[in-house]
Design a protein around this ligand. Sequence first.
Ligand SMILES: C[S@@+](CC[C@H](N)C(=O)[O-])C[C@H]1O[C@@H](n2cnc3c(N)ncnc32)[C@H](O)[C@@H]1O
Ligand SMILES: [Zn+2]
Ligand SMILES: [Zn+2]
Length: 312
Amino acid sequence: MKCHCKKSCIDSKEDVLDNIKELYLPCEECTTKRLKKSLPLSRQVKTEKITADYGLCSKCKKRNIDHVMAHILKILMDNNLQSSTASIRKTGTPLITPGMYLERQPFLSENTLVMLIDNIDKKTARIIFEEVPEVKGVLKGNINDTVGQITEKDNVYNYELLAGCDIRCDVQDSDMGQVLVYKQQSKIHVEYPKPESPKILEVKQELEKYDAPTVVDAMCGPGTLGIYALKRNAKKVIFNDVNENAIDNLKVNLEINRIDAAGYEIYNETLEELANSLDAKYDLGLIDAFPDIDTTEYEKQLKKICERVVII
Ligand SMILES: C[S@@+](CC[C@H](N)C(=O)[O-])C[C@H]1O[C@@H](n2cnc3c(N)ncnc32)[C@H](O)[C@@H]1O
Ligand SMILES: [Zn+2]
Ligand SMILES: [Zn+2]
């Protein structure tokens, strides 16, 4: 994983855990002003006056995410990539880092935001990266683009990194504590942490049926479910994903979550290849495919090497 930031993005686990609760909270001097999300920005503020100081708290140096979005939108308008009547809703998809489930709108500090923007060019992405202190990276892409069936290793999903650095960390809470999920966001799908992740709950219920099961996380992505299983009661986890970038991310996550190397093996194959190359039998197989993908064939294949297969 290559970091293009001034400082290294892969902080130690303690760094993330220590600050996490206060990270996005306002201080007593932060502005309480908000912007209306679907009203044109130009009807709410004089856009030509928007700079990095707009909405900035002089005490804690944070800005409400609305003000950051307004700043980015203003740059998009100046560069003719958004109309002068656009509202901040049009700005793009904000991906905060560390990402976590939040009940209130975040107040952002420097380097805490990777922006995913559909209508963007390299020049404007650089301007956003240089002029908006909260922005750590700018990606070109659309969150609503869906990923199809992946049958080949080279048929994986990518956003384009146009400026800055795209390494993010999502923090997923669980009954076993936090699972830190680092990802190089241009090369891996977006998945938001949830307050009570239904995926983790489902894996938990399955793991509870065993003492120390062996598990195949057959489409592991950056590794959330398998890492959770190892933190819980899995004796061994076989991690596999067709996307080699996901495997790169997984390796960072195993280290950062301090998982003992004796507890896992890693493969970078299609599920079908994996099922045909392993001959041991495992207790539990997990299939966590992208939404709307037909998993019938995956299930059939994984049953060759797992006693029980669960579709997450
Ligand atoms: C929804 S994501 C998994 C997310 C992961 N469980 C997590 O919580 O971090 C689906 C994953 O399946 C992988 N994938 C898609 N088709 C595959 C295939 N045929 N064989 C193996 N992995 C595949 C994708 O690369 C992607 O990482
Ligand atoms: Zn970086
Ligand atoms: Zn403040």
